[in-house]
Design a protein. Structure first.
Length: 230
C-alpha cells in the first residue's frame, strides 16, 4: 500500500448546494490540464486554456431515502485504509467500500449511476467525502438530491468530485483552479501542506487504487461561479 498522509482538518465553508449542479440531464466532470494548470505558475495560467469534459449521465434506477444514509464516521479518519495490505489491487469503488466512513458516498454513487465509471480501467482522482461531510449539508438539500426527479443533479454533484486524470497531493498548489462546465470552477489552496478545494479539506491523501487516487475530504465540494477571466 502506498503511503497515506493524514492532513489537518479545516472548517466547513457553508455554501448553497443549489448553485453547484445543473438540473438538466447533462452533467459535467471536473478536469485539470496537467501540463498547464497542474504544474503552471500563476502567469502561465492566465494564458492556459482550461480543459472541460462533458458527457451524458445515464439516469439511475435506484432510489434511496435520507433515513438509509449514515451521516457519521465510525472509524478515526487517520485509520482509514490502514489495514489494507495492497490497495492497488482494488479499483476506486472497491477501495472506497472498504472504509465505513465512505459508505454514504458509495451508496449515493451507486444510486446516481456513476459507480461503474469509477470501476473501469483508467487514471482518475476521486475526492471522496466522508459520511460526516454529507451531514454538513442541510437536510433539505440532501432530501432534494434524493428525489427521483433529481437523479441527474445528484450525479452532477458527485461527478464534481472526480478528475479524469491521476493527481497526487504533491501536484496541487495555490496557482490552480479546477475548471467545470457552465462557467464554474473549484478553487484550490495549499497552506503548510493542507489542501483545500471548494470548501473541502483533504484529510487523507494519495490512497492508490488500481485506477487512480482517493483523497478523502471533510466536506462536499462546492464550485464557484465565473471561472472564465474577463
Amino acid at each position: 500500500m502506498k503511503m497515506i498522509k493524514p492532513l489537518a482538518v479545516a472548517a466547513f465553508a457553508s455554501t448553497a448546494l443549489f448553485g453547484c449542479a445543473s438540473s438538466d440531464t447533462t452533467a459535467d466532470t471536473t478536469t485539470m490540464s496537467e501540463t498547464q494548470t497542474m504544474a503552471g505558475t500563476t502567469a502561465d495560467m492566465d494564458d492556459a486554456e482550461s480543459v472541460v469534459v462533458e458527457r451524458e449521465v445515464a439516469v439511475p434506477v435506484a432510489t434511496i431515502t435520507l433515513a438509509t444514509l449514515s451521516l457519521t464516521n465510525t472509524e478515526d479518519v487517520s485509520d482509514m485504509f490502514e489495514n489494507i495490505d495492497d490497495s492497488e489491487k482494488y479499483n476506486l469503488i472497491e477501495l472506497a467500500k472498504m472504509s465505513p466512513n465512505l459508505s454514504t458516498f458509495t451508496q449515493l454513487a451507486e444510486a446516481a449511476g456513476i459507480s461503474d465509471d469509477l470501476m473501469r480501467d483508467g487514471d482518475f482522482t476521486l475526492f471522496a467525502p466522508t459520511n460526516e461531510a454529507f451531514s454538513k449539508l442541510s437536510k433539505e438539500d440532501l432530501e432534494m438530491l434524493l428525489l427521483p426527479e433529481n437523479k441527474a443533479k445528484l450525479a452532477a454533484v458527485l461527478q464534481t468530485h472526480v478528475l479524469p486524470s491521476k493527481v497526487s497531493s504533491t501536484m496541487f498548489n495555490n496557482s490552480q483552479r479546477i475548471t467545470l462546465a457552465n462557467n464554474r470552477y473549484i478553487p484550490v489552496s495549499v497552506d503548510n501542506n493542507v489542501i483545500s478545494l471548494g470548501g473541502a479539506t483533504v484529510q487523507v491523501s494519495n490512497v492508490e487504487a488500481s485506477n487512480g487516487y482517493i483523497h478523502v475530504v471533510d466536506s462536499v465540494i462546492i464550485p464557484s461561479q465565473d471561472a472564465i477571466d474577463k
